[in-house]
Ligand binder design. Structure first.
Ligand code: IPE
Ligand code: IPE
Ligand code: MG
Length: 255
């Protein structure tokens, strides 16, 4: 039995799955590639952006589910460095979602001690998007509960290349020697520092790929995929993913 931090209604979907989880093996960091919004909408004869709106509404639900079982970090892949290739109207719509999401949800997030964080590049993002995110980060800076980390304008290859450039510069400046560059040192140059590496990666929408997400950090993460699109992903499925995670044997190359 797990000690629930909070009940969200008496008949939360997946209550039973949540109850059956082993309290001593909850993934510390869960990362989610929230995929399938556009196809979910198109299947229903709606414009792609309607899928993004529904997807946004799902964020709080899954955040609360993660919080309720004691996950410490929830990273949500919201916009990749490659997503700029999309039509301008769709990108513009996505960039405005934080302006709706945070004012609507921030009180409840604060009430649940959630801390907002962003992993990604500020450069390139519209001022209003950054302000909405920054306001939420500032407002929740003192919170000590779940870290809700938005991967926004994030791409792993760029992250690693920038890190390598900084390391090279620091080596030239005499701040470190090449032989001192080990895994721990390299991790400090990544945007995710000082977050722990994801224990569990969830990807929705049936795509079986990583799409330039945390290539270094996912080295030993457990991967879990579902055919469900992000807007139709439920708390129940989330708990099932954690259940499955708990059945896995993580060996890290050992026995
Ligand atoms: C994920 O849904 C959200 C973002 C990438 C911003 P998609 O927009 O990729 O939806 P599909 O995969 O095209 O259905
Ligand atoms: C990954 O989804 C990025 C996000 C969910 C933000 P994509 O829809 O961009 O990935 P691909 O293009 O299918 O690989
Ligand atoms: Mg997609």
């Amino acid at each position: 039995m797990i000690p629930f931090k909070k009940w969200f209604g008496s008949n939360t979907e997946g209550e039973e799955a949540a109850r059956s989880l082993a309290a001593d093996n909850i993934p510390n960091h869960v990362a989610v590639i929230m995929d399938g919004n556009g196809r979910w909408a198109q299947k229903r004869g709606l414009p792609r952006v309607a899928g993004h709106h529904s997807g946004m509404k799902n964020v709080k639900k899954i955040t609360m589910a993660a919080n309720s079982i004691g996950v410490n970090v929830l990273t949500l892949y919201a916009f990749s460095t490659e997503n700029w290739k999309r039509p301008k109207e769709e990108v513009d719509y996505l960039m405005k979602l934080p302006l709706e999401f945070f004012p609507k949800e921030i009180d409840e997030l604060v009430a649940n001690n959630v801390r907002i964080r962003m992993t990604g590049w500020q450069e390139g993002l519209p001022e209003y998007t950054l302000k909405a995110v920054q306001d939420a980060i500032d407002r929740t800076a003192g919170n000590t509960g779940l870290i809700l980390n938005f991967a926004l304008n994030y791409g792993s290859r760029k992250e690693m290349l920038r890190g390598i450039q900084q390391i090279a510069q620091d080596a030239l400046d005499g701040k470190l020697k090449p032989e001192e560059i080990d895994e721990a040192r390299f991790s400090k140059y990544l945007l995710t520092d000082p977050l722990p590496e994801p224990d569990l990666l969830i990807r929705t929408s049936g795509e079986l790929r990583i799409s330039n997400f945390m290539l270094w950090q996912l080295a030993y993460s457990e991967l879990w995929f579902t055919e469900l699109a992000w807007p139709e992903f439920t708390e129940e499925r989330f708990y099932e993913a954690v259940q499955e995670y708990q059945r896995r044997a993580r060996r890290y190359g050992g026995l």
